[in-house]
Every structure is written in structure tokens, then in C-alpha cells.
Design a protein around this ligand. Structure first.
Ligand code: AMP
Ligand code: ZN
Length: 137
């Protein structure tokens, strides 16, 4: 038995405020918005995160995100927007079913989605870049 709340929303077993649907994604309004008009683009098949989502479905998710971001920003008269994917518990992901957040932004809207910056030790940036390049080979 699948306990995933987003799977239940996709199956229409749980009600949601749907703004968009196609064969690959469902677009709904977040029930606890960071700002009014906060959208979630949810991939219909259950994958926990970005890496586990097949390339073609991820591309469709991002294409829908781009299109719906434009409509949302225009509809809300927003000045800006954040597009966010949380991946894994430590990132803040609460529902482990891939989804993209579109958050409309306004000047002085009180949201603080920016993060504090860290510093690399001497040589550390090259060491880390080398490790990542190694995985890409
Ligand atoms: P995340 O932290 O990236 O997993 O985000 C999960 C999001 O789902 C949160 O912003 C919640 O407010 C939202 N959420 C949880 N339950 C529902 C629901 N039933 N309908 C709409 N949004 C929901
Ligand atoms: Zn699911």
C-alpha cells in the first residue's frame, strides 16, 4: 500500500486545487503557501527525487515548470519567482515524491530563501571540483 500523499493527490483520492494536468505532471496550489500562488509541479509517476526521475520525465517537469511559472507570475502580478526542488530530508524535503516549487515573489515579502555563504579552505575548491569531474568521467 502506497502511503505517498502526492500519489494520492494524483490518483484524485485526496482533493487538491489543480491548475494544470498533462500525461506526465500535475500542477496544484501548495496548501501552505510561502506566498499566495505558490505552485507545486508534481511528476505523476512516483520517484523520490531528481536523480531517480528518468530524463524524459524530468525534462517534461521542467518544461511544465517554465510554462506555469510564466502564467503564475503574470496572474499574480509578481515581480520575481523562486523555482526550488528539495531533494532528501536534509535539504528540507518533506514529501519524498519529486516536485518543483514555484514561489511568486514580491518586494519586501518577508521571505528569506537566501542561504548564508561558506568559505573554502586553501586548495579545497580545486579538490572538490576534481572529485565531481572524476564522477562525470
Ligand atoms: P517539500 O518540503 O519540498 O517536500 O514540500 C512539500 C510541500 O507540499 C509543502 O510546501 C507543503 O505545504 C505541501 N503540501 C503538503 N500537503 C499538501 C496537500 N495536501 N496539498 C497541497 N500541498 C501540500
Ligand atoms: Zn508518490
Amino acid at each position: 500500500m502506497n502511503d505517498c500523499i502526492f500519489c494520492k493527490i494524483i490518483e484524485k483520492q485526496i482533493p487538491s486545487t489543480i491548475i494544470y494536468e498533462d500525461t506526465v505532471v500535475l500542477g496544484i496550489l501548495d496548501i501552505n503557501p510561502a506566498n499566495k500562488g505558490h505552485v507545486l509541479i508534481i511528476v505523476k509517476n512516483h520517484y523520490p527525487d531528481t536523480i531517480t526521475t528518468p530524463e524524459d520525465e524530468f525534462v517534461s517537469v521542467m518544461a511544465a515548470t517554465k510554462m506555469i511559472a510564466k502564467a503564475t507570475i503574470t496572474a499574480l502580478g509578481a515581480d520575481a519567482y523562486n523555482i526550488i526542488i528539495n531533494n532528501g530530508k536534509a535539504s528540507g524535503q518533506v514529501i519524498p515524491h519529486l516536485h518543483v516549487h514555484i514561489v511568486p515573489r514580491f518586494p519586501d515579502d518577508g521571505l528569506h530563501l537566501e542561504w548564508p555563504h561558506k568559505k573554502y579552505a586553501e586548495g579545497e575548491i580545486d579538490e572538490i571540483a576534481g572529485k565531481i569531474r572524476g564522477e562525470l568521467e
